[in-house]
Design a protein around this ligand. Structure first.
Ligand code: DGJ
Length: 721
């Protein structure tokens, strides 16, 4: 090529691919919250580009200077060399898609909630892709999802179908993931991304996570910090397989593709049907991870979680007190303990059902939801009555999506069970998953709750468990559409949950999944809280709760006092649980009088502090990952009351402790600082206890919260005078 040709080639390349290519007189689409702008532009080629994502741009006259950016929702088969958001096989065998801008609309859905819909289409094929963006102004959250449809004669095949594609352009990217396992959830690890792809995904089928949580933090330019720096936090509302792909390209630009994991899930979409992806929610904070968490917490309470703005009940659960070994009398005794403790509810756990195969262990009975006569001769009704007489509520455990092969349900309805017909069955916790793609199974699962509620309308709460992932995957119902199973199973679950919510709108429910397996914001539309981990060792919980608090508010994090880790005092264990939605899973009778009195007083204390702990702003002050201590505080929205939690885990000998600087207070207010939740008759050793300080002092100098005593804890109440 001679020099002239080279220049022309370079010019053409520049025109076609340069970031600086700018459209004239074509639409600029702004999606905005109080602090964030996401801006799209339509190029001269009529394709849609993401031009900006970051701090809000308030001067429209500036927008013409924005580089056009990267194509918004990249398709397979065209000019892009990296991971696409969508791949579709047309009826004629052509696997490409070229999306052009058609229209966009903006609507106010409610006060402070605005939806923008951008409609794209292919000139050559009758395929429509609608990109939805719902902006929650005050909370700085943007929810996105995609609708895909077509008018070809036969079904098209979707092999990629992202909820969202976002583009970032920074010097460096640091990704934080929350991996782990059963009883070992949300281990926080941060890594710099380099050229190429990092994928976070799961293929568990019936739950989003066990090995990695369905959320991430992405810090820009430098490692994430709690109170400074830019960080994007994202989460997919999908209770099944999910996938996040982070790809750094040749120009060091990052694309984040979020959605259902397309693994083994090619979807044959008939004409005129809409494939609606799950929601992807994200926030963008300019003040570190702390602000991002508060954005998610506010949004969850105001817009997403079931009964998000309502308070939560304290409870006594019998699981760790009895496991499967109980009868009516034992349960009634435990209810008496719940009353002594002063909690709102008694929760009956696993083991109350099955007659041909009584549920005396986790090996049998799952699926047969009639009360075991030997254990409960007077049924659940008697228990509800007793609870009511005692002035507490009654809640009950179910695991309605699962079946033990040793059960009457399995004997009658093997065709309702996900399993490969010609292979050995595989059991996870001795059980299998019911096929929720089958409407008859959906009816059955709905009927479990419905029958219990019809028979015993006094039931005030459900703990809904789900212990097995899907293995040996095959649906007798879906026949030749097996690749739809992962998707249709979760849609079937939502159908059931929607019916329950419609019929019993005021029924609180805990989402449980052998620990923190299920904790996504789509599921939490139907559940008031979730069980973060079966590990209730308070030290482990400090880490696990720290992890989940990154996006879930305290009122959704069930935290129970148990006997795990007897080295930790009852006070330490209770103080840890009081940071979340407090419950007890313990026998009161096993404690001495002093400990019992402490627990009773702690429940009273918690009831008073609920408005701050459950509704307030969380400030994570000292990370358990950074040393031998940890602290978090909650501040009421009016900044008149705050609660500080401080924990000494294993301090070193003669370790120097600096004061902990508080956050979120009003620097002009005067606050009394008082240690509370002490053991009966114990005196506080907190330096400067029961003194009045300015908010300014507390936030700049701080309080000597930590000690050099191992497994010591403190709760400090901060009250404006
Ligand atoms: C697993 C849960 O995480 C536990 O809390 C308990 O409910 C058991 N299942 C019961 O089988």
């Amino acid at each position: 090529m001679n020099t002239f040709n080279l220049k022309i080639a370079f010019f053409v390349y520049f025109l076609c691919f340069s970031n600086m290519l700018r459209a004239t007189n074509t639409p600029v689409i702004k999606i905005e919250t109080t602090n964030i702008s996401l801006i799209y532009q339509v190029g001269d080629n009529n394709r849609l580009y993401q031009s900006y994502l970051g701090k809000k741009l308030t001067n429209d006259s500036d927008l013409k200077f924005l580089p056009i950016g990267t194509e918004a929702y990249l398709t397979h088969g065209m000019e892009d060399y990296f991971e696409p958001a969508i791949a579709i096989l047309h009826n004629d065998g052509n696997p490409s898609l070229l999306l052009k801008y058609n229209t966009h609309t903006s609507n106010q859905l409610s006060n402070g909630v605005n939806e923008t819909v951008i409609t794209l289409g292919d000139d050559k094929y009758p395929v429509t892709v609608k990109l939805h963006y719902i902006a929650y102004t005050k909370e700085d959250i943007i929810k996105t999802f995609t609708e895909i449809s077509h008018r070809e004669k036969k079904p098209v095949v979707l092999s990629k179908f992202a909820s969202s594609m976002l583009h970032l352009n920074s010097s460096k990217y640091f990704l934080t993931e929350f991996s782990g396992d059963w009883a070992h959830e949300t281990n926080i690890e941060e890594r710099e991304l380099a050229f190429g792809k990092k994928v976070i995904d799961t293929k568990l089928g019936s739950r989003a996570n066990m090995f990695v949580s369905p959320f991430f933090q992405l810090a820009l330019d430098r490692e994430s910090e709690e109170n400074a720096g830019e960080v994007l936090v994202g989460h997919l509302g999908w209770t099944g397989n999910f996938r996040y792909t982070f790809e750094v390209d040749n120009k060091n630009e990052l694309r984040i593709i979020s959605g259902i994991n397309p693994y083994a899930s090619e979807y044959h979409l008939p004409a005129n049907e809409i494939f609606r992806t799950p929601d992807f929610y994200f926030t963008y904070s300019f003040e570190g991870k702390g602000q991002a968490s508060r954005n998610f917490h506010d949004w969850a309470r105001n817009h997403q979680v079931k009964d998000g703005t309502k308070t939560r009940m304290t409870l006594l659960n019998n699981w760790e007190a009895t496991y499967f070994n109980f009868d009516e009398n034992k349960l009634i005794d435990l209810m008496g303990e719940a009353v002594k403790l002063g909690v709102d509810m008694f929760l009956l756990d696993d083991g109350w059902f099955g007659n041909k195969y009584p549920r005396s262990s986790d090996h049998q009975g799952l699926g047969d939801w009639d009360e075991t006569k030997d254990k409960l001769p007077n049924g659940v009704g008697r228990l509800v009555e007793e609870a009511t007489k005692k002035g507490i509520k009654f809640g009950i455990w179910i695991e309605p999506e699962m079946v033990n092969p040793k059960s009457e349900l399995y004997e009658k309805h093997k065709d309702w069970v996900i399993h490969l017909p010609n292979r050995d069955e595989y059991y996870f916790r001795n059980q299998m998953v019911l096929d929720l793609s089958n409407p008859a199974v959906q009816d059955y699962v709905f009927s479990i709750v419905d029958n219990l509620m019809t028979k015993y309308p006094g039931i005030a709460y459900f703990k809904w468990d789900c212990n097995s992932p899907i293995t040996n995957i095959y649906s007798p119902y879906l026949k030749n559409k097996q690749s739809h199973l992962y998707v249709e199973h979760i849609r079937g679950l939502y159908n059931v949950l929607e019916r329950i919510k419609a019929k019993y709108p005021d029924l609180p429910m805990m989402l449980c999944s052998g620990g923190g397996g299920r904790c996504d914001y789509e599921a939490l539309k139907y559940f008031t809280e979730f069980w973060p981990s079966d590990n209730t060792d308070p030290i482990e919980r400090l880490f696990i709760q720290w992890g989940f608090s990154q996006i879930f508010p305290s009122k959704t994090l069930s935290a129970h006092v148990t006997t795990w880790n007897r080295h930790a005092s009852i006070k330490f264990r209770t103080d840890v649980a009081m940071m979340g939605k407090l419950g007890f899973d313990i026998k009161l009778d096993d404690m001495n009088a002093n400990e019992q009195q402490f627990c009773r007083e702690a429940v009273e204390q918690y009831n008073q502090l609920k408005p701050v702990i459950l509704e307030g702003d969380l400030y994570r002050l000292v990370s358990p990952y950074s040393g031998n201590h940890t602290s978090s505080m909650y501040v009421g929205k009016d900044q008149r009351k705050a609660v500080v939690f401080g924990f000494d885990i294993y301090p070193r000998y003669a370790e120097k402790n600096l004061p902990v600087r508080l956050q979120g207070l009003d620097e002009n207010k005067k606050y009394r600082v008082k240690e509370i939740n002490l053991m009966p008759r114990a005196q506080s050793s907190l330096q400067g206890n029961d003194q009045v300080y300015s908010g300014q002092y507390l936030m700049n100098v701080g309080i000597y919260l930590f000690t050099t005593r191992a497994l010591n804890s403190r709760i400090v109440e901060i009250t404006a005078e």
